[in-house]
Design a protein around this ligand. Structure first.
Ligand SMILES: O=C1O[C@H](COP(=O)(O)O)[C@@H](O)[C@H](O)[C@H]1O
Length: 256
């Protein structure tokens, strides 16, 4: 099997420039996905990511009715709680665009007392979506959008955690997240690393110390550095200048 492609790093002068380029990138991914399978399968993160998607609001060509959106990770709190990744995406994006609510796949909080069951139920929701055409062992998202914390975690995969070695489950749970809230569910590497494309987005000075550890010395094995989609999948990094300040990794001029 061919080795994974190296990550492609795009750096932008400002968060607004980044957001505009990311919107064009997403639109291209959407076009290709709809041509290929009639829908656009996207996984979203929480944290600082949703606000980088606001350039999609009102953008020509976005086929919101074709999007099927899942969460790369979610915190076990009510869906209208300020810590909920869904609430963040709803407030920042969905409430401002015509995406059908049936196309947004949230966790089932009726199962919150049994996280194994809750994670299984979310995994089944993926199986329903992907079983139609992809008979592969893993779901193949058209686009996974990730962030990384200052500790190098991504989704809810934290440094040194046992979940970094999960090879079978698509959705796993943790009850000891070092970042609150402690109870969460997360996609595992088998899902993240079978996507057609994965894009990390990192903005601001707060990310400048961790990015070299992820991109320049990936052998350190930080959770974000372990995202390497299998061939022919492609990994992209969208960063702004303050986040990129200490990176040696070569930048590629942005083009679609
Ligand atoms: O807890 C989380 O953190 C990461 C990174 O968040 P950021 O605010 O530092 O960008 C986020 O990607 C993840 O979805 C979230 O649950």
């Amino acid at each position: 099997m061919s080795p994974p492609h190296p990550p492609i790093l795009f750096s932008f002068a400002s968060p607004d420039d980044l957001s505009a380029a990311l919107a064009d990138f997403i639109l291209k991914a959407q076009r290709e996905a709809i041509e290929k399978r009639g829908k656009f399968l996207v996984a979203l993160s929480g944290g600082s990511l949703p606000k980088t998607l606001t350039a999609l609001i009102g953008k020509q060509g976005v086929k919101w009715d074709k999007w099927q959106v899942y969460y790369a990770d979610e915190r076990i709190v009510p869906l209208d709680h300020p810590d909920s990744n869904h609430k963040l995406a709803l407030d920042t994006l969905y409430s401002k665009v015509p995406i059908p609510s049936d196309n947004i796949h949230t966790i089932d909080l009726a199962l919150e007392n049994d996280l194994e069951e809750l994670a299984d139920a979310y995994e089944k929701e993926l199986i329903t979506q992907f079983a139609q055409k992809d008979s592969a062992r893993f779901p193949v998202f058209d686009l996974v959008l990730l962030g990384t914390g200052p500790d190098g975690h991504t989704a809810s995969l934290f440094p040194g955690h046992a979940l970094l070695s999960e090879e079978d489950r698509w959705v796993a749970y943790i009850e000891d997240s070092p970042k609150p809230p402690p109870r969460r569910v997360t996609f595992t590497y088998p899902v993240l690393n079978h996507a057609v494309r994965v894009a990390f987005v990192a903005t601001g000075e707060g990310k400048k110390d961790i990015l070299p550890a992820i991109l320049d010395t990936p052998e350190q094995g930080l959770p974000a550095a372990r995202v390497r989609p299998v061939h022919p999948g492609q990994l992209y990094w969208f960063v702004d200048e303050p986040a990129a300040a200490q990176l040696a990794y070569p930048k590629t001029p942005f083009k679609l």
